[in-house]
Ligand binder design. Structure first.
Ligand SMILES: Nc1ncnc2c1ncn2[C@@H]1O[C@H](COP(=O)(O)OP(=O)(O)OP(=O)(O)O)[C@@H](O)[C@H]1O
Ligand SMILES: [Mg+2]
Length: 324
């Protein structure tokens, strides 16, 4: 609990950073270095994707940001205030959904939310029922509101956790894998909801191990691998940093690969009738002409736009593990 009189020796960082960390590090008791020197900057108004394969340190980071566990080293600020020091002033303005929301199984979804709302000293009891009804509606749980939470599916529990985070208008929403357990339709609904919240001015920080999910909804992203930050920035810039791939479809894949190499293409990969490569530094029309001149029957010739996944692979030299 920090009073306003507490002096802060370090200079204020950019005002528009809703979350910023400096050298944030967590080593668990067993010796596991889960987060390693993280410098994260989340701009106000962004939908910020916190991306990384299973075990890369996303949940550990989020638990530190929310003051649930202390860092081993480094510092974190949320809404401009140091965490966990200022948790009492910061947390009421932050809605959070962290791995497996705590629910009372014997209570209905609605009664769970009524309990959450009661636990918030700033929540007006006279408008409680409306608030809860609106939150249930927002996450698509109105019809199942009377059902006991223990009878909810994983996706329904996830929605209920999200509803709890939405009971009050928030400056910041922190959602750890919000689409975990949801079917494709449910995932789309959550994406739509996230966009709506963002257009209302809420900054949304969400973790995911699904690259395409992040590309679809986020304005900014940070990529984690093995506890370290690989890159962060605007999503458009991140994928622009990686070059797209040249894709040639042909029954003469071997010959096409040879010509592409001759033309200066890098990382030539043959997969049946598809040959992909890093495009050489020359007019693609010339490359195509060279293929045709060598007798390659070109059935398709395209430059695929780089994705975040390409950026990830280019940066880490590893595939993005989606085994989880
Ligand atoms: N309480 C704990 N004690 C010891 N090690 C832990 C603990 N929690 C997590 N870890 C380890 O820290 C590392 C990071 O875990 P974390 O849960 O932060 O990853 P994550 O990115 O959230 O993964 P996922 O995508 O699977 O949710 C992993 O190696 C994990 O095994
Ligand atoms: Mg996690």
């Amino acid at each position: 609990m920090a009073g306003p009189s507490v002096t802060e020796p370090e200079p204020e960082r950019a005002d528009d950073a809703v979350i910023s960390t400096r050298g944030l590090t967590k080593r668990y008791r067993g010796g596991q270095l889960a987060v390693d020197g993280l410098d994260l900057t989340v701009p106000a108004g962004s939908v910020f994707g916190f991306l990384g394969p299973n075990g890369s340190g996303k949940t550990t980071t989020i638990r530190m940001l929310m003051g649930l566990i202390g860092p081993t080293a480094g510092s974190a600020r949320v809404l401009g205030r140091p965490m966990p020091h200022a948790a009492r002033t910061v947390l009421p303005r932050v809605g959070a959904l962290i791995e497996g929301p705590a629910l009372y199984g014997f209570l209905s979804g609605r009664d769970n939310l009524l309990r959450y709302d009661e636990a918030d000293p700033t929540a007006d009891p006279r408008t409680r029922r409306e608030r809860v009804a609106a939150a249930l509606d927002r996450v698509g749980l109105a019809a199942a509101a009377g059902k006991k939470a223990k009878a909810y599916s994983l996706g329904m529990k996830q929605r209920l956790g999200l509803a709890a985070a939405l009971l009050q208008p928030r400056r910041l929403l922190v959602l750890d894998e919000p689409t975990n357990g949801l079917d494709p339709q449910g995932m789309r609904e959550i994406r739509t909801l996230v966009r709506e919240l963002a257009s209302d001015g809420t900054t949304v920080f969400l973790s995911s191990h699904l690259l395409d999910e992040i590309e679809q909804v986020c304005t900014h992203a940070a990529v984690m691998a093995r506890g370290r930050l690989i890159i962060q920035g605007a999503v458009a810039d991140l994928s622009a940093g990686a070059r797209g791939r040249l894709v040639v479809t042909t029954p003469d894949a071997g010959e096409a690969a040879r010509v592409l190499k001759e033309q200066g293409a890098g990382d030539v990969v043959i997969a049946e009738d598809r040959v992909t490569a890093e495009p050489p530094d020359r007019d693609p029309a010339e490359v195509n002409a060279a293929l045709v001149a060598a007798g390659v029957r070109v059935r398709g010739f395209a430059l695929e736009r780089a994705s975040l996944e390409d950026a990830f692979v280019a940066l880490t030299g590893e595939g993005f593990d989606v085994a989880g």
